[in-house]
Design a protein around this ligand. Structure first.
Ligand code: SF4
Length: 427
């Protein structure tokens, strides 16, 4: 039986994995983690194929031609809230052509009923229930929503530490996967699932939180090294959420001489932890700053300390860890003045990389459940101002000629941003 893991082609460079859909503005893409993890689980019993229509820059026609060769019996596909219309059209066409079993994963389907063209929806991609479904089981699932099964897919996460079989990393080494200032090729792993925090603009807290068994991480790290890859993207929503567990992961990275990058929150970091991160091979730390309005963030369930955030960026820089800062404009309780202050703060922080985003209620987040509206009209203006202010500040231009690799990244990022965001009339 042929199983196809599919990131469908689309008109824009969408990122749709891990129940979050966004558009890549600078051309950076990573491995779709849902598909990657299922590759290990499903390859025990089935022949696995993988197509990433976005990373491989394939058209609908290209993907359908490749699929004609594969003739998939099962398609496990990503879908996303931003691309849902085109995803539906494409997957419907696949259903009509091959009558494959179609199972999806994506933010938009996390809480809704499975649409008519889908056979099931996987609500936790660490689970082996997709395998059981392919084998013929049709009810009694914890993490799989199947039509007409009343008990279906209501659980969110595991109580115990989770494990997953080593994924087929080799077939995920596509050229399109790039991250800012990260060596290529790299591999993606999870050391935890979900997030213990409850920011109301994010759905990660609502999918629960669990930690991965350390021995199981070790097994995967060894497999990654055996195929010659020496850099790992720890794709946890919030690394350092459980300090003790993260320290064990860091020990492992240090033992194997691996470099890595991860996402965290400034409030979870202290000077000692930063030192441990550096010592264990962390070369890039990406931090969700969101905005400078602490009161507004508190109302959204997020405790932020802007003074401390600035200190963390300073210390990381001193230790030689590159930094990425993530910001959101247009969150509830924020004003135009907050946008301006946040842009100035981003420039003051001097991270190596900044990602500016406009708030869109994320499916399965608390604000989405409350039907919160956002000011999309301002979107293009805010992003344009933020990127122009950030990218063309004197300090950033000054450091370019000193480092050729950085110059390459800088030019590439500027070009992609211009193409994808600044030049587009209706961005
Ligand atoms: S925004 Fe970050 S810290 Fe807050 S719930 Fe989401 S992943 Fe967790």
């Amino acid at each position: 039986m042929n199983v196809l893991l599919l990131n469908p082609p689309a008109s824009r460079p969408y990122l749709r994995d891990y129940f979050c859909c966004s558009e890549s503005k600078s051309g950076y893409l990573w491995h779709p983690i849902d598909l990657l993890i299922q590759s290990g689980i499903l390859s025990k019993s089935y022949r696995i194929f993988f197509i990433d229509g976005i990373a491989e820059k394939l058209s609908d026609k290209d993907v359908l031609n490749i699929m004609e060769e594969i003739k998939p019996d099962v398609i496990f596909s990503l879908v996303g809230s931003l691309s849902y219309e085109e995803d539906t059209k494409f997957l419907r066409a696949c259903k009509n052509r091959w009558n494959s079993l179609i199972v999806c994963s994506g933010d938009i389907l996390l809480e809704d009923e499975p649409p008519e063209w889908v056979d099931a929806v996987l609500t936790n991609f660490l689970s082996d229930e997709l395998l059981l479904f392919i084998e013929g089981k049709r009810e009694g699932f914890n993490f799989l929503k199947v039509k007409n099964d009343k008990e279906r897919g209501n659980k969110r996460t595991f109580k115990e530490k989770f494990r997953y079989p080593v994924p087929l990393h080799k077939i995920f080494m596509k050229n399109g996967y790039r991250l800012p200032f990260i060596p290529y090729p790299f591999a993606s792993i999870l050391t935890s699932f979900g997030c213990p925090f409850r920011c109301s603009y994010c759905n990660s807290g609502n999918i629960g939180f669990s930690l991965r068994d350390i021995e199981n991480i070790k097994e995967e790290v060894e497999a990654i090294l055996s195929i010659g890859i020496r850099h790992i993207f720890i794709k946890d929503m919030t690394f350092l959420s459980d300090t003790e567990h993260s320290l064990k992961v860091m020990e492992l990275m240090k033992k194997y001489g691996i470099t890595y990058n991860c996402y965290t929150r400034a409030e979870l970091v202290n000077e000692n932890l930063l030192y441990e991160l550096k010592r264990s091979g962390c070369i890039m730390l990406q931090i969700g700053v969101e905005s400078t309005n602490e009161d507004a963030l508190r109302k959204l369930g997020r405790n932020a300390d802007i003074k401390w955030t600035k200190e963390v960026f300073k210390m990381a820089k001193k230790l030689g860890i590159r930094t990425g800062a993530h910001f959101i404009f247009g969150l509830p309780y924020h004003s135009q003045e907050d946008v301006d202050k946040t842009i100035s703060f981003a420039c003051e922080l001097k991270p190596d990389y900044a990602s500016f985003n406009v708030f869109i209620p994320r499916p399965a987040s608390n604000l989405w459940r409350e039907n919160f509206e956002t000011l999309q009209d301002e979107k293009r203006k805010w992003l344009k101002k933020a990127y122009l202010s950030f990218l063309f500040r004197g300090w950033r231009i000054e450091k370019v000629p000193k480092n050729f690799r950085l110059m390459g990244e800088f030019l590439r990022e500027g070009f992609k941003l211009y193409k994808n965001l600044l030049r587009r009339e209706n961005g």
